[in-house]
Design a protein around this ligand. Sequence first.
Ligand SMILES: C[S@@+](CC[C@H](N)C(=O)[O-])C[C@H]1O[C@@H](n2cnc3c(N)ncnc32)[C@H](O)[C@@H]1O
Length: 353
Amino acid sequence: MPIRSFEDFREAVFAYRLPRIILTALDLDLFTVVGSRSWTIAELSKEVDASPRGIDILCRNLAAAGLLRKRNGVYRNSRLAADALNANSPHYRGAYLQLLREQWNDWSQLTACVKRGKPVARQDPDDPAYRRRFTWAMHHRSTAIAPKVAAQVNLRDARTLLDLGGGPGTYALAFLARNPRLHATVCDRAPALGVARKIAASHRAGDRLSYLPLDFMREPVPGRYDVIWYSNVLHIYSPEENQALFRRLLPALAPGGRLLVQDAFLLDREGIYPVEASLFAVTMLLFTERGNTYSIAETSRWLREAGYVRVRRVRMKKGAEDWEGGLLEASRPAARRKTSAAPGNQEEIQPAG
Ligand SMILES: C[S@@+](CC[C@H](N)C(=O)[O-])C[C@H]1O[C@@H](n2cnc3c(N)ncnc32)[C@H](O)[C@@H]1O
């Protein structure tokens, strides 16, 4: 990117080769089979029940990509493959790998999807089994990045946080781990919260997490919080749905409280870059009715129009963010002191706006 010559074009189109090679390795559960020992091609092909010719060519490419190591003709796992791609590792990201594998076929439906402007095969978001699988996938996606993001968000003065659409609660738990006086509530569909409970049960801060089963697009959001964390949900909904939600969330924030929106924002004036944010909009086209990715400017405008103040982008360290430039902060106006005409000159604290 950008594609200028025909050679660039050819390379861009052929970029599907490596993803397909990696997905085939996942189909064969190759990294689990390789485990912690070294293998000849003859041994490995026997073990995974595939042809020696196929495994030879596959492994050579996985080694060229850095996922396997080859020395003296035998193969072993790279550190990443042994850790995240191996089902016998405690850090296995299997649910997310499964999601990536399934998406290959869905992406092949893109032409039909572009024509219709609707997802081709839509999953019911309320189907419990699907919701549980997806929630584990979200945990495996964010488990390493959430603590890095949490380290850069100042929650020193916050006592209560609502993780809205928090799914597995991975972010809520990362915030709790860094802020010992914080209490968090994760709000999502009930089956997602079942996964969150399991994850929290073995987390050192898990006893400071509460659960709020709710469809927040249909039902009012109860309670009042110092911070609302709205991460990776904006892109599921239309501009109108997000705008209406922003308005409805104001009363759920304490005066001066903050709404933090994390998403794949488009950062340039024309709404094209970063490339990853535009690519992610395709995922939304494939899997949601009205989702998209949005520019930081339009999202900021929606927040201001909904009554928020001090709307600003939070600068994050490169390599330690969920999405490049992907965090926006907005505040509910703080309480304003109003001098009453009543005797004694009592003061009344009222939320402004
Ligand atoms: C892409 S996941 C993001 C999970 C988490 N916030 C993160 O950043 O990793 C979106 C989550 O929002 C939840 N969600 C979306 N719409 C919802 C609604 N109307 N009510 C409750 N939960 C919703 C989904 O169930 C899912 O768990």
